[in-house]
Design a protein around this ligand. Structure first.
Ligand code: SF4
Ligand code: SF4
Length: 290
């Protein structure tokens, strides 16, 4: 049986990857099977937080979008494609339609409306998916999306599918992208537990609120962890009642967190003064997995 835990935050910079990497490290040190998924595909850094890449197992190309291609021998120059293209990506030429791929969204309306079946769609490589082992011994599956590669939500779905293919039993820890969007919804969808990393700031609480709405609509259990809670203790006590979500742990601000990140070492692998506190919080998270 696989238990999937997703760590997300409604806003960037709240310590999401710090929690994911140390949670993965804890599970690994408990002798459990674990695959960590870095679903922040536009800025993947989970493997760095786990010590960097030691060994690459495999890499595959990811085809995340489509491109229309015109067969001019079939084109009757009726210009129906041009009239239906809402993105102004088609221009007239003597041969038939000319497609400006910098404007094309690739949804293929032109191919659907063409009465001569002169337009077909071809898949376009927009990134890669790979699995590697980190220096701390944890397997990480992640993707690297090319700039403007689009469809990051589908890429996250593909990453999660791979984790289930390579892990028959144990834990999948997903480090989601920040904010709310397709990749985040894709990360939360189907998970057993959502952990929301919150900072005691109004922006972070607002973001957490939106994440909770998503979790509720997807029927995913959610808990929260307040990171750097001591920066604004007064607001922390209110978070639980404001958001109607259980706060399973509070992590204090510490320079050692930044130092461990800079040293590419999970905090649990260091002699940090807050190591025990963090470990206690992470164990509570594990206890919340249904
Ligand atoms: S795929 Fe869509 S955006 Fe691209 S040329 Fe066809 S209709 Fe226009
Ligand atoms: S809709 Fe088809 S036949 Fe008409 S101009 Fe476009 S490619 Fe040619």
């Amino acid at each position: 049986m696989i238990k999937e835990i997703v760590v997300a935050s409604g806003k960037g910079g709240t310590g999401k990857t710090f929690i994911s990497s140390n949670l993965a490290y804890l599970i690994h040190s408990l002798g459990e099977n674990i695959i960590a998924v870095d679903a922040d595909v536009e800025a993947p850094d989970l493997i760095l937080a786990l010590g960097g890449e030691k060994k690459r197992f495999w890499t595959e190309d990811y085809y995340g979008s489509f491109r229309p291609v015109v067969d001019y021998s079939k084109c009757a120059k009726c210009w129906k494609c041009l009239n239906y293209c809402r993105f102004g990506a088609i221009k007239k030429s003597d041969r038939g339609p000319l497609i400006d791929y910098s404007k094309c969204e690739g949804f293929g309306v032109c191919a659907v409306v063409c009465p001569s079946k002169a337009i077909s769609l071809t898949r376009v490589k927009t990134g890669v998916i790979y699995m590697a082992e980190s220096e701390s011994g944890i397997k990480v599956i992640t993707g690297d999306l090319e700039l403007g590669g689009g469809s990051s939500g589908r890429l996250v779905y593909e990453l999660k599918q791979r984790s289930r293919k390579f892990l028959k039993e144990g834990y999948v820890v997903v480090d989601s992208a920040p904010g709310i969007g397709c990749p985040v919804i894709s990360s939360i969808s189907g998970a057993d537990l959502l952990v929301i990393a919150i900072e005691p700031t109004p922006q972070s609480i607002k973001g957490a609120c939106r994440l909770l709405e998503v979790a509720r609509s997807l029927r995913v259990k959610a808990v929260s962890v307040v990171n750097k809670y001591d920066l604004n203790p007064a607001i922390v006590d209110k978070i639980e009642s404001m958001l109607e979500v259980e706060v399973v742990g509070r992590i204090p601000y510490s320079d050692e967190v930044v130092e461990s990140y800079t040293a590419m070492t999970p905090l649990l692998a260091t002699k940090s003064s807050i190591k025990e506190t963090v470990e206690e919080v992470l164990n509570k998270i594990l206890g919340e997995v249904p």
